[in-house]
Ligand binder design. Structure first.
Ligand code: PMT
Length: 409
């Protein structure tokens, strides 16, 4: 099926005890870079709440055909056209019957009729129900129409009996839907910093910067898609958290430093995409600062350099820093690569038309000792995939050096 990097998947969830597995399925689909919109039938909501699935999908879940608010956003015909794949998991016997008979009596069945996208169903039901001639007849009708059947599996069932009718495991649904892929960073642990930091001036004000977190989150997502186990330490952002193993929210550079140092052990790769404040006010005011004076002076002290500290560890993980520059991009970035002892640095212009802070696109220059690669202006997601591709190559050279002591390359 589709090999596109960000397949759009409309996931239908119908009423079955296996509906709770939809949460893991959504997570696995998002790890593969898929965009997922979820539609639940009325019966599905008896098993799992729309709110739970919304939390993992990072998108509102739709349940009603005649929902004025939802229709005002993306109408159901638009939603049907949006999808590259329709996936129904779990598909109950009732839903299979309604599909087989071309019914359009709720949002999900209507979308199936309104969409030209391929339909895959993963049935889940009691084994007697699955083997019932009525269900098998309906399944055969759907197969004859080109519907892809994913499972079901045989085994112990929720009712205490055993037989064919179990929902295929979410990971296998994803593999059958999107194909198994090359996961070059499988088994690697990666820690990513992302977003800005905020340094308090007083209880209501802070010094911050323009980082949105988009670049860091995109790299975290691309690393996950490459098979890595990813943890993100993130400054405050307005983004939906990336679908990674864990996201640790922090606010200040000191908090980011503490979170990184707590979790860096056993990490193979460290990616510092966060825009960390180099300085913080020495003594933030415990009370809101009043405007009694025409001017006041702020004394700043240095924050720890998280990236440099990680790179100086023994043994150190493979370290990728970012360099945000407004002039002499390559020279400054090479200086940081050298001074901080990094394995690789991704340099980007900030403040100009070339991307950088709080935009959806970025242009980057990837540098390492003895090499470089230029990424022209492209979406941050695409740039993240290219960065991860280069990390994979450089990481292979890094581990070879560690294992065999070969010269830096
Ligand atoms: O978040 P977006 O809006 O998508 O924008 C993306 C970005 C522009 C923030 C990102 O691409 C980027 O360039 N991040 C690094 C920004 C930065 O702080 O650059 P720097 O040149 O000041 O720092 C160099 C490196 O040291 C960075 O990897 C930084 O994370 C790290 N650092 C800096 C200071 C510090 N105290 N600790 C650090 O770890």
């Amino acid at each position: 099926m589709s090999q596109t990097q960000h397949p759009r998947i409309l996931l239908g969830v119908s009423g079955s005890i296996a509906a709770y597995k939809a949460a893991e399925l959504i997570r696995r689909l998002r790890e593969r870079g898929a965009e997922v919109q979820v539609v639940m039938t009325a019966h599905a909501q008896a098993f799992i709440t729309p709110l739970s699935l919304q939390a993992v999908a990072g998108q509102p879940v739709r349940c009603e055909l005649f929902d004025r608010a939802a229709e005002a956003g993306m109408g159901h015909i638009e939603l049907a056209r949006w999808a590259d794949h329709l996936l129904i998991a779990p598909a109950s016997a009732n839903l299979i019957a309604r599909l087989a008979h071309g019914m359009a009596d709720d949002l999900l069945t209507t979308l199936v009729l309104a969409s030209a996208a391929p339909l895959a169903i993963a049935p889940a039901m009691n084994h007697q129900m699955w083997s019932h001639p009525a269900v098998q007849e309906n399944i055969n009708r759907l197969l004859a129409r080109g519907v892809h059947l994913l499972g079901p599996e045989s085994g112990d069932q929720a009712c205490g009996e055993s037989g064919a009718g179990r929902l295929l495991e979410p990971q296998r649904i994803v593999e059958q839907l999107l194909g198994s892929e090359h996961r070059p960073l499988a088994g690697r642990r990666v820690l990513v910093t992302a977003g800005p930091t905020r340094e308090a001036l007083d209880p209501v004000r802070f010094l911050g910067n323009r980082s949105s977190g988009k670049m860091g989150y995109a790299v975290a997502q691309a690393l996950t898609a490459a098979g890595a186990q990813v943890m993100v330490v993130s400054g405050p952002t307005a983004l939906t958290p990336p679908a990674v193993e864990r996201v640790i929210p922090v606010e200040t550079a000191l908090e980011m430093h503490a979170a990184v140092m707590e979790h860096i052990d056993h990490c193979d790769i460290f990616v510092a995409a966060a825009a960390v404040a180099d300085y913080r006010p020495q003594a933030p005011s415990p009370e809101k600062i009043k405007k009694h004076h025409h001017e006041f002076q702020l004394r700043m002290v240095r924050n720890p350099d998280i990236l440099a500290e990680v790179a100086a560890r023994h043994p150190a993980p493979f370290t990728l820093g970012f360099a945000a520059e407004t002039e002499a991009l390559e020279a400054h970035a090479r200086e940081k690569l050298q001074a901080k002892g990094l394995d690789m640095i991704a340099a980007n212009w900030v403040g100009g038309a070339q991307g950088g802070f709080d935009r959806d696109e970025n242009a980057l220059l990837l540098l390492w000792r003895g090499g470089q690669r230029e990424l022209p202006l492209m979406s941050k997601r695409q740039a993240a995939r290219e960065i991860v591709h280069t990390i994979t190559e450089r990481y292979a050279a890094f581990t070879a050096r560690q294992n065999f002591g070969s010269p830096p390359g």
